[in-house]
Ligand binder design. Structure first.
Ligand code: PAF
Length: 282
């Protein structure tokens, strides 16, 4: 495994690769969810490039950029064990040599201002911009993203489609702890007591899915009921929403499949999760 931190070196390594290239962009602090992305890339592509970059442009000033867990040495061991070929781990100055002021940004307004984008203004512009840069640098045939960040995945898919990017964007199912909690680097912000309650978010999403599967069509009622239960258990609910899985709008007659999404704070952690469902009656 080669580790490079300069754009020039990444481009050189990429030039030398023969056969298909898979890209796994991460912010490090790797867990089994990230390793599932690498496994999928390894299964589908001849070469695997992983990136580790805590991207400052996707954090608002009041968010956890400074305290975001950075565990580079362990991350490298895990990537080596997962047979990654090249790791790109740049400093912010390498990615943004002119700073953030006046930076060209990629925005996907149809999908980025709702759900998490409403609570984190500008977040998805930062995500789309850094992913666009990484796709240009690594020129992968496929790039792999977790379904846990469903809105992020939808935005990256829309960006690749709208900008005619050659990379195929691949979503990989969420990896969960045994009680159902979606794996996330931010889970480590939970105290032991909070961790015991954290899987309630997933179980409420499953309750909604089961109700819809059973023919319930009152989505607003289901959302309100789940939000109340989470609030009662001490979560500060940002949203519980039944949406069109691709367009992220309130389901309408064009909706082919549903995604049930939630975001809630528990102590210091902002937890997000989602599950799929079929349209009621279909
Ligand atoms: O999902 C993440 O870890 C980040 O948002 C990503 C896609 C690596 C962009 O910084």
């Amino acid at each position: 495994m080669e580790v490079v931190s300069e754009i020039r070196a990444l481009r050189e390594r990429r030039e030398a690769m023969r056969g298909s290239v898979g890209l796994v962009p991460t912010m490090g602090n790797l867990h089994h969810g990230h390793l599932a992305l690498v496994r999928e890339a390894r299964a589908q592509c001849a070469n695997v490039v992983a990136t580790i970059f805590v991207n400052p442009t996707q954090f608002a000033p009041n968010e956890d950029f400074a305290s975001y867990p950075r565990t580079l040495a362990q991350d490298m061991e895990q990537l080596e064990g997962a047979h990654v070929d090249v790791v790109f781990a740049p400093e912010a100055a390498e990615m943004y040599p002119r700073g953030r002021e006046g930076l060209t940004m990629v925005s996907v307004p149809a999908l980025a201002d709702t759900l998490c984008g409403a609570a984190r203004p500008g977040h998805f512009h930062g995500v789309a911009t850094v992913v666009a840069k990484l796709l240009h640098l690594a020129r992968p045939h496929r790039a792999f993203f977790g379904e846990k960040d469903w809105q992020q995945l939808a935005i990256i898919q829309a960006m690749a489609r709208d900008l005619d990017m050659a990379t195929q964007i691949v979503g990989v199912p969420t990896v969960r702890a045994s009680d159902g909690l979606a794996l996330s680097s931010r889970n480590q912000y939970l105290t032991p007591g909070e961790r015991d309650r954290a899987a309630l978010i997933y179980s409420k999403l499953c309750d909604i899915r089961d109700a819809i599967d059973g023919g319930e069509g009152d989505y607003a009622g289901l959302e309100a009921h789940a939000s109340r239960d989470l609030a009662t258990a001490g979560f500060k609910v940002d949203y519980v929403a039944v949406r069109d899985a691709e367009r992220l709008v309130t389901p309408d007659r064009h909706t082919q499949s549903l995604r049930i999404l939630a975001a809630a704070r528990l102590g210091r952690a902002r937890l997000i999760d989602n599950v799929g469902a079929s349209v009621a009656g279909s």
